[in-house]
Each structure stands twice: as structure tokens, then as C-alpha cells.
Design a protein around this ligand. Structure first.
Ligand SMILES: Cc1cc2nc3c(=O)[nH]c(=O)nc-3n(C[C@H](O)[C@H](O)[C@H](O)COP(=O)(O)OP(=O)(O)OC[C@H]3O[C@@H](n4cnc5c(N)ncnc54)[C@H](O)[C@@H]3O)c2cc1C
Length: 318
């Protein structure tokens, strides 16, 4: 028995969300008096042994460059082999794009119960019960998992990464790697931008900006704060901003440490994608804007006066 954590990489670097998943998986292992093991797919630039400081004792490395490009079907089969190699009864993913694609497939393959979007450690006092967000973060559900193998995907930012000391034993895993049914022929990356899904700070604009010509101040503030830029859905629909920046129920769901909403009303569909942010700052001229109810800090004012002042203040602080 062990807890197996899928350690997700981007271009050979472990993603921040995976460090949270490792810390979370290690805490479950400690709770159940067992060991935490990890699985890494593809070539890597990371010091895998060094990931031991997050609590993982052993890492199964499938060092096969065929796994450098993500393919959910291929990855699922390889992770199933890692589950067998580690005799894992609990498998932990981050509930990010990759985790959302693999965990349900693995669940079907292993006939394992899955809790997607966990926000706390399981309660093992009477069975195995995992708390998760439901209804776009409006409520919690406690899900009891009764299958022999249990899969949990952890909501990004729901569990704090803790680094202590220690090294993991890194062992090669000679897994069978299928030829994928999908062939990636080219990758076109958006360069020079901070990835919205992974960003610590996000500066986001809504229809209150009045037009794409006013986005300069959003970009300037984002640059100063090393932030990614985002937008509400109508802004992407009208074509003021690209669709990959649209956050919300029908867009990307994000969980940065700081989300700054500028000229966005805070409709429920928008909140569904951003309400897991740690700190929400809202700037809106309407004191009745619904976003203020979800805000940690709010400024009632005209964005065209307030935002340039914030930019100046940040410049001075720097
Ligand atoms: C099925 C469905 C799914 C949806 N999915 C999403 C989604 O994923 N994401 C999403 O964002 N929306 C989504 N929507 C749309 C959502 O309901 C709202 O219409 C949308 O979020 C509103 O965008 P907004 O806040 O930018 O614009 P508005 O509602 O027009 O709000 C603009 C805000 O800017 C403020 N403002 C205007 N001028 C200034 C100024 N000078 N200074 C300060 N403040 C100013 C106003 O007071 C207002 O609060 C969805 C809707 C449906 C029906």
C-alpha cells in the first residue's frame, strides 16, 4: 500500500500545482502510516531526488521522451502501470488541465472512485471521506469513497506546499508506452506571457474598460506585478482580448494568490472561475457591483483614475 502522486511537468520542469499535490499526498501517507511515492513521465530538468523535501520517499521515473508531449490516453496507461509498481491504493493528481484529463480515465481503467477538486485532507475516522467544492464554489460536498483504489485530484491553491528536508529515491520504471492515437505535428506557443493557469498574480479587465485601446494600463500593471492578464467573457466575445484570457464558468478556472478585477461586475459565471483566488481586489465605480461581496479589498472609483494611481504607487514602491 502507498500513496502515489502524479508529478506533472511542463517542458521538463515540475509545475507548482504538483508541489502542492506532493505535500498533500505525503500528508495522506503520514495519516495512513504509509509512504508517499511519485511518478514522473518524460525527460526532466528537475532534481527529482530533491523533491523528497516535500515528503515523497520514492519517485518512479519513466524516462521516455515519447512522453514529453502530453497525451491523456497514453499517460493514463503508463500511470496505471506505476500504480501497480507502487502498490498504490490512493492516487493523487492536481486538478489542473492534465489532472482533469487523466484522473477520470484512470478511474475508469482501475474501477477506482474519484473525487475531483478536493480541498482538504480525507477524513479517515470512519471510512474515507473527501471534501470538495460544488456548485462553482458555492457549497462543499463530503464524498465517501469505498473502492479499493481511491483517486483524488486536489484543487490548485487548496493545500499549502511545505518544504522540509530529505531526498527521494529515484527508480526507473520501464513502462510500456503506447504510440498515441494523436500525433502532435507542431506546437505554437504564446511567448513572453506568464501562463494564466499557473500565475500567482492575475490582473483582469472587464467591459468597464470601454474598449481594447484602454488595455495598456492592464498590461502595464500586470508587467509591474509579474502578473498574467485575464478578462471577462464579453470582452473576449467582442474580440477586445483573445479567448485564452477569458476566465469563468465557460472559460479558464484559476486560483492565483492575488486576483485584481478591474471594471468587472462579478456575475456568478465570472466568479465561478476566480473565487478560489486567495485574495480578490475589486475596482469598480458601482458600489453595488456584486463583485464587492466576494472581494477581500475593494476600491469604489473610476478605473481610469484609480488604476494609473496604483501603477504610479507600485513604481514608487519598486
Ligand atoms: C451560460 C453563461 C456562461 C457565462 N460564462 C461566463 C464566463 O465564463 N466568464 C464571464 O466573465 N462571464 C460569463 N458569462 C457572462 C456573465 O453573466 C456576465 O455577463 C459577464 O461576466 C459580465 O462581464 P463584465 O463584468 O466585464 O461586464 P459588465 O457586466 O458590463 O460589467 C462592467 C462593470 O464595469 C463597471 N464599470 C464601468 N465603467 C467603469 C469605470 N469607468 N470605472 C469603474 N468601473 C466601471 C460597471 O459598474 C460594471 O460593474 C456567462 C453568461 C452565461 C449566461
Amino acid at each position: 500500500m502507498s500513496v502515489l502522486i502524479f508529478i506533472d511537468q511542463a517542458e521538463g520542469h515540475v509545475k507548482k500545482a504538483s508541489l502542492e499535490a506532493i505535500t498533500y499526498g505525503a500528508a495522506i501517507a503520514a495519516q495512513l502510516n504509509t509512504t508517499a511515492e511519485g511518478v514522473v513521465l518524460g525527460t526532466t530538468h528537475e532534481d527529482l531526488a530533491g523533491l523528497g523535501k516535500y515528503g515523497v520517499k520514492k519517485i518512479h521515473h519513466v524516462n521516455n521522451e515519447a512522453l514529453n508531449n502530453f497525451d491523456a490516453q497514453v499517460f493514463t496507461k503508463v500511470i496505471a502501470q506505476a500504480v501497480e509498481a507502487s502498490s498504490a491504493t490512493i492516487v493523487v493528481f492536481s486538478n489542473n488541465v492534465d489532472g482533469k484529463a487523466i484522473a477520470p480515465r484512470l478511474s475508469a481503467r482501475l474501477k477506482a472512485g474519484l473525487v475531483a477538486g478536493a480541498v482538504a485532507l480525507p477524513d479517515t475516522s470512519n471510512g474515507f471521506v473527501v471534501k470538495k467544492n460544488v456548485f462553482s464554489g458555492k457549497a462543499f460536498a463530503n464524498i465517501s469513497v469505498t473502492t479499493a483504489i481511491k483517486i483524488i485530484s486536489l484543487s490548485p491553491n487548496a493545500y499549502k506546499t511545505v518544504a522540509t528536508e530529505g531526498n527521494a529515491e529515484v527508480v526507473p520504471l520501464n513502462a510500456v508506452v503506447d504510440t498515441g492515437k494523436i500525433k502532435i505535428t507542431a506546437v505554437h506557443k504564446v511567448s513572453g506571457e506568464i501562463s494564466l493557469a499557473e500565475a500567482d498574480v492575475v490582473v483582469s479587465g472587464g467591459r468597464g474598460l470601454k474598449g481594447p485601446e484602454n488595455w495598456g494600463m492592464i498590461e502595464e500593471l500586470a508587467k509591474l506585478l509579474h502578473a498574467a492578464t485575464a478578462c471577462s467573457r464579453p470582452v473576449a466575445d467582442i474580440g477586445w482580448r483573445p479567448h485564452h484570457e477569458h476566465v469563468g464558468q465557460t472559460g479558464l478556472a484559476i486560483a492565483p494568490n492575488l486576483y485584481i478585477a478591474i471594471g468587472i461586475s462579478g456575475a456568478i459565471q465570472h466568479l465561478a472561475g476566480v473565487n478560489r483566488s486567495k485574495i480578490i481586489v475589486v475596482i469598480n465605480k458601482d458600489p453595488e457591483a456584486p463583485f464587492f461581496k466576494a472581494a477581500d479589498y475593494g476600491i469604489v472609483g473610476d478605473i481610469f483614475e484609480v488604476v494609473p494611481k496604483i501603477i504610479e504607487a507600485v513604481k514608487q514602491l519598486k
